[in-house]
Design a protein around this ligand. Structure first.
Ligand code: ZN
Length: 680
């Protein structure tokens, strides 16, 4: 920004002295704010001085997407310019260095159109880039953009650049509230994905060299063996992100060309409480009451990712007092809880759940947490702990409360033992809350909503839509669906006689669905989300006669056994049929961006996107941005198909970090290969 210093010194002599002593930072954004601060001038005043001295100024607050996206994102970011308007002969670009003729020439050459440089404040440029490009494609909060500038830096000081990129990935994960980061290979490079609210969301893509360096950097930091390309490895790393301590659990699956890295982020400052998890008050009371018992078994059940461990931690945190001895056996220990003895199970070293539990009992704990009951030995040992007067918490990998009783019996626990020992079985799922920034009030019922109405005489109040706040998913945050089953005296009598499984409490099958119905009617979530989380069980328990109809209306198949498939953007049914034959996967056609988003929200069997690009150059970019904006949140790998060879477009794709594409129709084998890769 030296030009600006010179200009100010010339036009306002009173500033000359201050300006002479000014040490100007290299970064234009930084320089701009230093100049303003030193001279006590606001943006408007500075802009006025600039335009009065004959330098045209571009007002970036008034520009539209159609103008901006005339130039490719990669070029805009590389040169930090924003297309603001166009004249008969020139494209007018806002930039921080409008006097730079060499820049104008270089840009003109790259865009293949003469350009005129106007001045725009660097902060406005940064905002506009994020507004109209990647931040606008559903990746709000994404700050990382690995472009050629990064790569240049990486050549000069590779370690620093890679550390910075890694830092960015971690920061973004924290900003998005992600629980996991996935770094996986895709199309000759790498793809970063974040798991947010249980769903994978697409992050940035990394060029191959950067991906490899980032993997190497993380592995080295975690003391893992980077030369070992054959065995999976697990490691840990403690890092500070935004002043919070995180434990990273790193799991590395190597392969000579297909290495994958998954990082779980555990915020060690996290506060565990049932309130914070969103447990309804009534359930909190019931659970606290259960915990006041001095002995018994309390089970949490649900599939992986249903939040059972977090709930158990929250219960323990509430019970944790100096005069109570709490011990846990976990695989692995995820969070360290103050004042609780946590022992990590390590089957490789002979520390199994049952052996840890056995040695634990000699320490006379009051409360025991067994991470998971997986085998007969652990089940027996847990029941022995209960019978000898301990309060035992554990989890089981079953669908519902009834299933957990069946499972324990399968593991050799007698119904008689359960009659005395089982205090409660809690079934849990996490469902997403509908985003209130964009939710739509239901006025005309859809067939699915009508079916719901037929059963409950209530219309679900809200429908999920999608906006920037919720990364176009329609949902923001999660809450637990909880069913607490406590056998009554009649049920215990049947257990004692060994007749419980023949005459189970059918009622409890229904309760998760009932809780879900309340959540829908209360406007907390939607039918679609509940159908996704509970699947056929939901409709099976409330309206068995219409279960097939309901599932297909929700875009889900009963016992979804369909092959995984792709979503085609920018093509018609005939093309989908032709390619489907080639790749041997089903292809669904999306007419436009919103349609694509609707299909993706409902169809969980779509695992990849195919972009078909067959239109004149100038239409491609706005078209693709429009599509990407609606589907970016889904985190699905994209495959690009060009209708004919197109060097210009290919360069643009490369600048987006895409290193591979298919040219139709000559390349059908390659299309098949890319689709296979995407689903692997
Ligand atoms: Zn929203």
């Amino acid at each position: 920004m030296q030009w600006l210093v010179d200009l100010l010194a010339r036009s306002k002599p009173e500033y000359a002295e201050t300006l002479a002593t000014l040490k100007l930072p290299e970064d234009p954004g930084h320089a701009w704010s230093v100049i303003g601060r030193k001279l006590s001038l606001g943006t408007d005043q500075l802009l006025k001085i600039i335009s009065n001295s004959g330098i045209p100024v571009a007002d970036l607050d008034r520009i539209g997407a159609s103008e901006v996206t005339r130039i490719p994102e990669a070029i805009a970011r590389k040169y930090q310019v924003v297309a603001a308007a166009r004249t008969k002969s020139h494209i007018q670009l806002g930039c921080a260095d409008p006097m730079n003729d060499a820049l104008a020439k270089e840009l003109g050459f790259n865009i293949k159109h003469p350009v005129e440089l106007l001045f725009s404040p660097p902060d406005q440029i940064a905002n506009s880039l994020n507004r109209f490009y990647s931040a606008n494609i559903g990746e709000a909060g994404r700050t990382l953009w690995v472009d050629e500038k990064e790569l240049e830096k990486a050549k000069v000081n590779p370690e620093e650049a890679i550390a910075r990129i890694t830092q960015h990935i971690l920061n973004d994960a924290v900003k998005l509230g992600a629980s996991d980061i996935h770094i996986q290979p895709f199309l000759g490079g790498g793809l970063v994905r974040y798991r947010v609210d249980g769903m994978l969301m697409r992050g940035t893509s990394l060029p191959l060299t950067v991906r490899d360096s980032v993997l190497r950097f993380i592995l080295t930091q975690a003391d893992l063996d980077i030369s070992n390309h054959t065995t999976p490895q697990d490691g840990r790393l403690r890092v500070l992100i935004n002043d919070s301590t995180y434990d990273l659990r790193i799991s590395y699956l190597p392969s000579h060309n297909d290495s994958r890295l998954v990082i779980r982020l555990l915020n060690q400052g996290r506060n565990f409480s049932l309130e914070a998890l969103g447990f309804p008050m009534r359930d909190q009371q019931t659970l606290r009451q259960l915990c006041r018992q001095s002995k018994g078994l309390i089970l949490f059940t649900g599939p992986t990712g249903s939040g059972k461990t977090t709930s158990l931690y929250s219960l323990l945190a509430g019970l944790n007092k100096p005069d109570i001895n709490i011990m846990t056996a976990e695989d692995p220990v995820e969070y360290q809880l103050q004042g609780i003895s946590q022992i990590e199970v390590d089957e490789g070293r002979g520390r199994r759940f049952d052996t840890v539990l056995k040695s634990m009992l000699r320490q006379d704990p009051d409360i025991i947490l067994v991470g998971e009951i997986r085998d007969a030995e652990t089940a027996q040992m847990a029941m022995r702990a209960v019978m000898t007067g301990h309060l035992v918490f554990s989890t089981l990998h079953t669908q519902d409360a009834l299933g957990s009783i069946q499972r324990l019996v399968d593991l050799g626990v007698t119904q008689g033992q359960l009659a005395d020992g089982l205090k409660a079985a809690v079934a849990q799922r996490m469902a997403r809350k509908v985003c209130l920034h964009c939710a739509e009030e239901v006025k005309q019922r859809t067939p699915l909503e009508q079916l719901f109405f037929d059963n409950f005489s209530e219309t679900p109040p809200l429908r999920a839509i999608g906006c920037e706040s919720c990364h176009f998913t329609g949902y923001l945050g999660r809450f637990p669906l909880i069913e607490i089953y406590q056998p009554d005296s009649e049920a215990r009598r049947r257990m004692r006689r060994g007749r419980y499984l023949e005459e189970p409490d059918l009622e409890l099958n229904r309760s998760l669905a009932k809780v879900a119905v309340q959540a829908i009617v209360g406007g907390l979530t939607t039918i679609d989300e509940v159908t996704r989380v509970l699947g056929a069980d939901f409709w099976g328990s409330i309206d068995p006669a219409h279960i097939n109809v309901a599932m297909s209306m929700a875009g889900l198949e009963l016992n979804d056994q369909r092959k995984p498939g792709f979503l085609l953007l920018g093509g018609d049914q005939a093309l989908a049929d032709r390619w489907s034959e080639v790749i041997d996967y089903p292809i669904t056609v999306a007419a436009d961006g919103p349609a694509a988003a609707r299909i993706l929200r409902r169809d969980t069997q779509i695992f990849g996107l195919i972009y078909n690009i067959d239109m004149p150059d100038e239409q491609v970019r706005p078209h693709m941005e429009g599509m990407r904006r609606h589907v970016a949140w889904a985190g699905l790998p994209p495959i690009y198909v060009l209708a004919q060879p197109n060097p210009e477009l290919e360069t643009a794709l490369q600048q987006h970090g895409v290193n591979d594409w298919v040219t139709d129709p000559t390349d059908t084998l390659k299309l098949k290969q890319l689709c296979d890769e995407a689903l692997r």
